[in-house]
Ligand binder design. Structure first.
Ligand SMILES: [Zn+2]
Length: 446
């Protein structure tokens, strides 16, 4: 019944090893000096093991959130058409006035759901106005991400459990409706309201015991819980906790590096370290194609269709995990080794517009890698210098700055300047250009 989260990869697929970087220069006594303490936001995603009754509540909360979001969006559109100026905060007030009369069933779940739905609506519109996203869409059951938000003062986390608000009441009501006698109500409510966690929350700075009467937000002086999201992915439930942590910055002693990110090869560093693209999506694509064909053959609404759908969702989930694992390891290796990092600014949206490339772009998740490098570098106080999007890193010869056009499939750069004539790997040339430009830009900022 219970399937492992990370099933073994297929036998024919062997994960190529990450390139071995030369050993880190050792610091005296191997003790790193702390230069500064900074506050960063981290997230820990933990698998939940809800009982069937608890799962019903989680589904209800997700459905309620979807309903409220859609209600808000429809009302926004109506008010906008009527020449008014809608806002998420005003809509929330309006909804809360109507709630008791028109939507009493929304009281079955925690009020965080209402707040989260209007926050999401507000964010969706501000992203749209800032041209970061498309116009907000209505959420469809089974199509959209099923999730809801919990604010930090509404839930408690223990060693291996999370106390979800209103959950205990919800289950007791359901049991009462079925005519089950309820005794020791308060005790039962507490017990039913706790969902089992697959692992302990990280980043909280306490070890072992938890004070049962206090919430996690007061547990440790160095970390603070900011909120959490419960979501359903591939039929599994997850709790994602956002924690604000104090991080001691420890500088890395090492050289400067420029990084060229690409599709053919994931990353090429200016010292010629190469990270090949393992393309987890490509490897599992055949399997995905098969499942997609199977899904198309299954009858609408049949049990077998649901089964195939779930298999497909789990395949997507596995690909995400494989990719995330690789990106995290790469970002870690790079940030542990270099004291200065030059990165190009990627036009991620432009990459997805090119349909032929869209597959490899989503596969490599270059934008995510760049962001990971930036966040991990923060912990060392390492400078990450972005190079402008229009800097001709691929066209320029790093040695003589001669410019030439180079086709997408040309893997070798040959400099056309007769006085130079440098020949070498195309991405290495780009990485060296990025390093030089990043160092120049960083010196301007000083
Ligand atoms: Zn040249």
């Amino acid at each position: 019944m219970a399937q492992p989260i990370h099933p073994a990869p297929p036998a024919h697929w062997v994960q190529p090893p990450l390139p071995l970087l030369p050993a880190k220069p050792s610091t005296p006594g191997n003790v790193r000096t702390v230069i500064n303490t900074i506050t960063v936001l981290k997230a820990h995603k933990i698998r939940l093991h809800p009982t069937a009754e608890q799962e019903a509540y989680l589904r209800r909360a997700c459905g309620t959130r979807r309903f409220i979001f859609n209600w808000g969006l429809a009302e926004w559109q109506r008010q906008y058409a009527a020449g008014e100026q809608p806002s998420a905060a005003a809509l929330k007030k309006q909804f809360n006035r109507l709630r008791g009369v028109e939507f009493p069933w929304t009281y079955d779940v925690t009020k965080c759901v209402v707040e989260g739905a209007f926050d999401d609506l507000g964010k969706a519109f501000s992203n749209f106005f800032a041209k970061r996203a498309q116009y907000p869409k209505f959420k469809k059951k089974g199509r959209s991400q099923e999730s809801f938000y919990l604010s930090n003062d509404k839930f408690t986390i223990g060693d291996h459990w999370v106390q979800v608000p209103v959950l205990g009441d919800f289950i007791i009501k359901q049991r009462e409706a079925q005519g089950e006698p309820i005794t020791k109500r308060a005790q039962l409510k507490r017990r039913l309201g706790k969902i089992n966690l697959a692992e302990k929350l990280r980043f909280t700075g306490t070890s072992g015991t938890t004070d049962k009467t206090s919430t996690m937000s007061t547990m440790s002086t160095t970390s603070k819980i900011m909120g959490a999201t419960i979501r359903c992915e591939a039929g599994w439930w997850f709790l994602s906790v956002q924690v604000q942590v104090q991080v001691a910055q420890t500088p890395v002693e090492g050289p400067a590096v420029g990084i060229d990110l690409g599709f053919m090869r994931l990353a090429t560093l200016s010292d010629d370290t190469r990270f090949e693209n393992q393309k987890p999506l490509r490897h599992l694509l055949a399997q995905m194609r098969f499942l997609n064909q199977q899904l198309a053959r299954r009858q609408q609404g049949s049990k077998n269709r649901e089964k195939t759908k779930r298999k497909l969702a789990r395949l997507h989930y596995r690909i995400r995990c494989l990719r995330d694992d690789l990106l995290h390891k790469m970002a870690h290796q790079i940030t542990e080794r270099y004291s200065f990092i030059g990165l190009e600014t990627l036009n991620v949206r432009g990459m997805f517009q090119n349909r032929q490339r869209a597959l490899s772009a989503s596969d490599a998740a270059l934008g995510r890698l760049a962001r990971l490098i930036e966040t991990k570098a923060q912990a060392h106080g390492t400078c990450v210098q972005r190079v402008g999007r229009f800097f001709p890193s691929t066209k320029r010869c790093h040695r003589c700055h001669h410019l030439r056009d180079i086709a997408e499939d040309e893997r070798t750069y040959v400099c056309f300047n007769p006085a130079c004539g440098w020949t070498g790997d195309r991405d290495l040339n780009a990485a060296l250009n990025i390093l030089e430009e990043a160092l120049r830009l960083a010196s301007l900022n000083l």
